[in-house]
Design a protein around this ligand. Structure first.
Ligand SMILES: CC(C)(COP(=O)(O)OP(=O)(O)OC[C@H]1O[C@@H](n2cnc3c(N)ncnc32)[C@H](O)[C@@H]1OP(=O)(O)O)[C@@H](O)C(=O)NCCC(=O)NCCS
Length: 181
């Protein structure tokens, strides 16, 4: 069985910190180098920075299969703008290719439907070609380049990817609200 747990406690945050270090070191060092990975882990995936993100509207979820953590995700829903940013979506190396990433994406899409949000978006490193191909397969479109200065002499050179979430629930609601002939 696969479970999603919303991260709220210090212990859960520490689980994310450990998993982030494992996945980011394994996956990103070949792409952006050890120095930038260490900097980004300190800036964005330390206990303090995750706690600050949670206070600022980020929602973190851990994903476990048969009781073992296989991945985590972070999302930033913005109901007013009608958008949901996928800030983090990571599956442990040993768990990749077993449908967990798809489940996480479907989870994010279900939150969009619940909260009447129509657009999913995220940024991805331009050299992360494997995951870029995965997003395309999952229905995302490339919406252009985005360069962000993250301090410490580093920049993130990314693409912005977007996906429109099926608006069935919205359309259904409109139909239900219409008076019958
Ligand atoms: C990207 C990632 C989240 C995808 O999760 P995953 O669990 O490996 O993917 P899934 O098994 O759910 O894949 C779903 C489908 O995409 C296919 N797929 C997997 N990797 C693919 C790839 N690189 N390109 C195209 N299709 C791919 C799978 O075969 C599967 O197809 P199916 O449903 O027809 O069987 C995961 O591989 C990962 O954590 N990668 C490293 C970190 C990363 O780059 N994260 C994104 C940061 S922006």
């Amino acid at each position: 069985m696969t479970d999603f747990a919303r991260v709220r406690t210090e212990e859960q945050i520490l689980d994310v910190v450990r998993l982030a270090r494992e996945v980011w070191t394994e996956y990103y060092v070949p792409l952006i180098g050890q120095e930038q990975v260490e900097y980004m882990l300190r800036q964005f995936q330390s206990e303090g920075s995750i706690a600050a993100q949670l206070a600022d509207g980020y929602e973190y979820y851990t994903v476990s299969h048969e009781g073992k953590m296989v991945g985590y995700m972070a999302i930033v829903p913005d109901e007013d703008a009608g958008t949901l940013m996928i800030s983090k979506i990571y599956v442990r190396k040993s768990g990749r290719g077993h449908g967990f990433g798809r489940m996480m994406l479907e989870f994010a899409e279900s939150i969009c439907r619940e909260r009447r949000i129509g657009t999913l978006w995220l940024t991805i490193n331009k050299n992360n070609s494997q995951s870029l191909a995965w997003y395309m397969r999952m229905g995302f479109k490339n919406a252009g380049s985005i360069m962000q200065d993250i301090g410490g002499g580093f920049v993130m050179d990314d693409y912005r990817m977007e996906k429109t979430v099926g608006g069935q629930s919205l359309a259904d609601d409109v139909q239900e609200a219409a008076p019958e002939e």
